[in-house]
Design a protein around this ligand. Sequence first.
Ligand code: ZN
Length: 320
Amino acid sequence: MDFKDKVHKFKSYEEVVALPGFVEGEVFEKEYYANILGVYRFKERVRCCFFRENRVCNTAHNHGYAVELKNGSVTIIGNECVYKLGNEEKLLKDVKLLKKEEERQDKMQVVKDKIGDSICTYEEVFEAYEKAKRLENIIVDLFGRLPRSVGRSLEQRVKTDTKNIAVTLVYDRKYIEDGEEKTESDYVRTAVYSIKGLRFLNLRLITSAKRKVSDAVKTIKSFEAITNNTSYRQLSDISKGFSLYQRQLGKINEFEKYYYEFLTNDFRYFSFLSDFSSENSKVIKCFNDFSTGLKKNDPKAAYKEVRAEVLVNHGAARIS
Ligand SMILES: [Zn+2]
């Protein structure tokens, strides 16, 4: 008999009575046993139909089994009587198997109850892993193309969550002193742009989430391998594995949101990230993939354009 399907647990005597072939009081003789249909643990007591030594047992009991006889009729037998059968008796063998299976399923249920029934599938884990990998690749590729100084500066910004891009504006004031023209300059550090979705560039975060989410494959395998002998400590580890997966999945989804937020940036301003004006073009080119607007312009023009905008907005003479 195969119990890999859910072991049937009857909740009430009425459920047993409703089985096709059920005959109230039909005696059970071990020679006519065909099949076990399920187990019950009722609050109310029912009468055992086991027949041996020329009499029906008739013992009131709560815990027993619904069994099918060779003639197709269905009756019940108490747990105690089953264990009076010899070890070689098929019904006793079936009951032992059923109990193991019942324990196995109860143990699986322990995990399900702990994690709110959300057992992930291999496909879901694979999809989450692939999503994390795609996002990771975008960042690795971007940092690979950026001038190193800019890459480092961005990494530093991610670490310190510094969103503002600042430039130094120079206000020149000309004046005459002793008949000579002189210039006095005021230097003001001003934020000209705030980077949106900066957290997207946190490579460490997505790489760690990717690794941890893939650990869920091991967890699913352990879950599937649960037996009646699996210890509660092991069950607890499996539950933790599933919870960890849920947490990492949340992180990956959050990370994806940062990515879409990052895409809404005006990347022309990113040219100010470079301290070396010769690399501004390179910086803007790197962000071409993220902005359709940039693609049309040549990088130098984009840089000039945004530079002019800043100067107009701040009324400054130059950017240092
Ligand atoms: Zn009995």
